[in-house]
Design a protein around this ligand. Sequence first.
Ligand SMILES: Nc1nc2c(ncn2[C@@H]2O[C@H](COP(=O)(O)OP(=O)(O)OP(=O)(O)O)[C@@H](O)[C@H]2O)c(=O)[nH]1
Ligand SMILES: [Mg+2]
Length: 487
Amino acid sequence: MVVKLERPILVGGLGLSFSLWVLQSWHHSIVQLGEFGLLSILTVGGGLWLWQQNRPKAPLEQLDCTPVDRATAENAIAKTELVINQLQKEAESYPTIEQLREQIAQLLLELDRQEIKLVVTGGKSVGKSTLIEVLESSSWQKKQPKVKFQETAPLFREASDKSDGSVLAEVKKSDVVLFLIGGDLTDTEFQTVQQLKAANQTTILVFNKQDQYLADERASVLLSLQQRMQCNVVATAASPIPIKVRKHEVDGSVQEWMEQPAPEIQQLTQQLNEVLVQQGQKLVWTTTMRKALTLKAEAKNWLNKTRCDRATPIIEQYQWIAAATAFANPVPALDVLATAAINAQMVIDLGNIYQQKFSLEQAQTVAGTMGGLMLKLGLVELSTKAVSSVLKSNAITFVAGGLVQGVSAAYLTRVAGLSLVEYFAQQEIALDSGSTLNLDKLRQTLQKVFQQNQQMAFLQGFVKQGIKYLLPQTQQVEIVAAEKVSG
Ligand SMILES: Nc1nc2c(ncn2[C@@H]2O[C@H](COP(=O)(O)OP(=O)(O)OP(=O)(O)O)[C@@H](O)[C@H]2O)c(=O)[nH]1
Ligand SMILES: [Mg+2]
């Protein structure tokens, strides 16, 4: 069990060195770290580790490539159209709304596409061009005139997967993927194939250049690939190395010559036949659905962007309302802070922007729930400590009554507001939106947004803004003077 105990401490330690790095780039001395001390940083680091350990892992069975029927594809197109309609309603000036509509019309036509698109992809020089050439001139292709091949640019050329992104976007538009490898699977190749399967893409893993292996090696590589991938794996040799043939004549002389063996693609063509017979038009419908989902994500992104633009000033408004309230009533109790910081009206206003209607009563429940979560996650305590340490480091020798509470309330309001926005943005766009909260998701979002807004540089700026808002002019002059003396 000792081993188990070591890791959170290690992670906590990493969190600590990161925080120290943040502090070093901060122009005040580390001595002023004050109460926002080692213990709380360790707690955050360790807590984060535990939280990640407990997160549910993605279920494996999702990776099955199940082709969809026509109705499912049509449904996906209809849902995409819904998002586009909503985008048009909310952002009339969105420049390419017509283009989005055109793409919807294209998708409807695509449901009846007859040609089957087969893409050949994989790393550099694995034999993509050669394999296409061999297939296209084979007798197999003559029986499959509807199948069209296309080669992608090689994958995994650079350490960053920037160029891979555009290749994979291209791959997503095809019906069947031949993923070529030249030997045993590397980890990056494995990840990419998993990604394709997760995107519901019919994929055949092609172990090419098998002529470079000895016969028993071939068999064991193929077997391990099949076990590891649990998907279609075949072995090919698109262009086997010429072999030396030696013939002993009766007169004792020996003749030698090089012979080019015929390409071995039979396993592949057989597998392709099976896929085409079993899935047929479903391949096209599945591709159409994938395209619809991509388009929907694009439209939803734009929708969320315009909504976020409208939500930001609202959050700021409530942020300063909370600051003023907590400043005027500086009750030090933590729970007051947590609940005062999340105004039910803010929940309603933000919900309205995201088409999530809440009654006042529902909004109060949401606000209460979020306040409770913030307390439980320790965010209230952490931010109060952080705010007071920033105030101290700003050389404010006197801390005006209620200043810490005021700024903390504003900060927590901001975190709550941004979390709600992020939470709403992830919701499905539907005609009737229910307002039941997924608490688990909300908690994760809160924690994530809190961590994003916890950087020292941000906190410093935020505290300064808070001071400007809460303190009358004369006191601010004193602070500036004090800063000059200390700086
Ligand atoms: N030994 C052997 N060599 C092969 C086989 N298939 C292809 N090659 C050779 O591998 C080299 C690369 O083949 P290409 O078909 O150009 O590979 P590619 O994946 O299209 O390469 P890029 O497009 O440049 O990434 C060539 O020299 C081929 O002759 C095979 O089955 N066995
Ligand atoms: Mg090529």
